[in-house]
Design a protein around this ligand. Sequence first.
Ligand code: PLP
Length: 371
Amino acid sequence: MTTTFPELNPPVRVLMGPGPSDTHPRVLQALAKGTVGHLDPYYLETMNGLQEMLRQVYRTKNPMTMAISGTGSAGMEAVVDNLIEPGDKMIVCVNGVFGGRMVDVAQRAGAEVTKIERPWGEVFTVDDLKPVLESVRPKVVGIVMAETSTGAWQPIEEISKLVHSYNALLAVDAVTALGGIPLEVDAWNIDAIYSGTQKCLSCPPGLSPVSFSPAAMEKVMSRKTKVQSWYLDVSMLANYWGQNRVYHHTGPINMTYALYEALRLVLEEGLEKCHARHALNHKALRAGLEAIGIKYSTQEGHILPQLNAVLIPEGIDDAKVRGDLLNRFGIEIGAGLGAYKGKVWRIGLMGYGSRPANVLLILSALEQLLA
Ligand code: PLP
């Protein structure tokens, strides 16, 4: 028998958009290792190692630290669905697409949502939040640390202190943050956090690392209503990822290998060195972009090193440049989303992709295309 469907032969790309970013070759090798059963002692050991490494990367001692089967949005739903019971009040900070998505997820979970907004590219201050906390008195506050749609780097520590002074729980989106910028789950008292594998962890999309503080778990375990999602119910997942290892769903074995290897890479390099590398390559990119007249669209002082959101120069055809980058140079960069459509390019320097060769490649390609 033959088939007319061709063998897979994906083009070689340099992924310099908002994610997925380039997968590290060692992670690709890990994906290709032999699949074992999801309750095989070897797999259980691998899960233990993965959880311990995740705690180190998240800088937490939270026992309930694990990888949700699904992409970053599954992590968002896991955090919101578990913390929210119908009728609970939640404040969500919205300054881009992903804060907006959190509002939708929270409303679907039955939260009474109050949205606070800042213009795209800007971040929230304690002063923005305080009066709203005072009047709403929410159970949970949600905020995005690295807003991938705008390149804005949201400081978390002071906001967390404020949120806790009102006895609310803080939920943080760290999909683009984890591995790219300093993040301290315990020291900043973050109650629930989620990330994705496909940004600064140099891994393909497919898992969402999450962590729940003891205070968050107390809220989950004292719920009066069932979590709306069976698949993402953390009280049941706790039996699989906790001591008991009771079957819940079939773990995505090879993606677990991939994330395991990706975390080993981060820890081998050292977290601080990994953040410093992201900062250095960003600085080089920024200097080069500014030399050819390209400016950032993000609030000064809050620019993410791993996601460079820049204004498309006047008179330049957005789609043509991105098409030429892809077709002539093999480089993918991101278009603007929502309010930034046609106005902004998003250039990622994430994980394995954050390296000098990529900085030089995108700068020389843009110089040629914009000349
Ligand atoms: N939150 C942020 C900040 C993101 O950048 C993304 C994806 O780009 C998500 C959530 C959703 O993650 P995913 O697309 O992996 O489901």
